[in-house]
Design a protein around this ligand. Structure first.
Ligand code: PBG
Length: 334
């Protein structure tokens, strides 16, 4: 092109649009918003105060009162919601504390609902924290049985809805659970409670710190007969497709960081709102490196969360939510 000096070949000047901060802000394609974030929280039965989880610095087990105080701060920061996990005092083969009216999650939902009518209360629906085998369904003769687990999972979701949850999120990976939950909720007048399905949940080593936190590591075997093989992508489309047919309102991909390609594929194939779960080890790896002074935590977290939006997620479940919200507030003040 004649406009080029020094006989340079013709090329496009991509750097033009990066010349200043305001210009970069103008042309930015994706942005993480506090409104997109959901904080996972652990409510522990019988705990007084809060206890930091060793493998997840900055993440705590909360007793009920401490949970309420933390959620006051979360609301103050503008984070729209939480996903609750329960750590019960007792476990049994029927996982009965998962759906007990006075279960820890049910109590937490009622307390938070009273404190904050507008808060989005999401619950993880699963059995693994509530039975001694530490599996997500009922165990019989060393097998995790699918169909008989559905009633308990649906019962758990119903008990969360009855306590005041807005959104139930089944994470057990039994087949048919979205249909079972929808039927149970509708049968009890909870047709307005949404289902966020962990539609695509891989059998991942990235759940390690969570299992320590939730005391939910399997007592025998692993979760590979129900969670997905990390090597499979087409299978994710089949899983999501079933959950859409069964009545899921929103889909989720989990874990997040090593599965951005899956998030992209689900986004392209389905129209439902899409969430991704930035899981425990993804968080702990960042925290550990930050504590060692090896990385710039804020920059890393912002880049990580941005990658989820760029891949196509609408909603991000992340343990970084409070930090991110605080950084945004600080920046707004400057
Ligand atoms: C319960 C459940 C797990 C996680 C969310 N729900 C653990 C698992 O499936 O083993 C993992 C969350 C995290 O690692 O942050 N089934």
């Amino acid at each position: 092109m004649s406009s080029q000096k020094n006989d340079l070949p013709s090329f496009r000047r991509h750097r033009r649009l990066r010349a200043s901060g305001t210009l970069r802000d103008l042309v930015r394609e994706t942005e993480v918003n506090i409104n997109d974030l959901i904080l996972p929280m652990f409510a522990q039965e019988g705990l007084d105060g809060k206890e930091e989880i060793a493998s997840m610095p900055g993440v705590y087990h909360f007793g009920l009162d401490a949970l309420r105080r933390e959620v006051d701060d979360l609301v103050e920061l503008g984070i729209p919601g939480v996903i609750l996990f329960g750590i019960p005092a007792e476990k049994d083969d029927q996982s009965s504390s998962a759906y007990a009216e006075q279960g820890i999650v049910q109590q937490a939902i009622r307390a938070l609902r009273r404190d904050h009518p507008e808060l989005l209360i999401m619950t993880d629906v699963c059995l693994c924290q509530y039975n001694p085998a530490g599996h997500c369904g009922i165990v019989r003769n060393g097998q995790i049985v699918n169909d008989d687990s559905l009633a308990l999972i649906a019962e758990t979701a119903l008990s969360h809805a009855a306590a005041g949850a807005d959104i139930v999120a089944p994470s057990d990976m039994m087949d048919g659970r979205v249909a079972a939950i929808r039927q149970r909720l509708d049968g009890h007048g909870f047709e307005n409670v949404s289902i966020l399905s962990y539609a695509v949940k891989y059998a991942s080593a990235f759940y390690g710190p969570f299992r320590e936190a939730a005391h939910s590591a399997p007592a025998f075997g692993d979760r590979r007969t129900y969670q997905m093989d990390p090597a499979n992508a087409r299978e994710a489309l089949r899983e999501a497709s079933s959950d859409v047919e069964e009545g899921a309102d929103m889909l989720m991909v989990k874990p997040a960081l090593s599965y951005l390609d899956i998030t992209r594929r689900i986004r392209e194939r389905f129209d439902l709102p899409l969430a991704t779960y930035n899981v425990s080890a993804e968080y702990s790896m960042v925290k550990a490196a930050a504590l060692k002074g090896w990385i710039d935590e804020r920059a890393i977290v912002e880049e990580v969360l941005t990658s989820f939006k760029r891949a196509g997620a609408d909603i991000i479940l992340t343990y970084h939510a409070m930090d991110f919200a605080r950084w945004q507030k600080e920046q707004a003040k400057r």
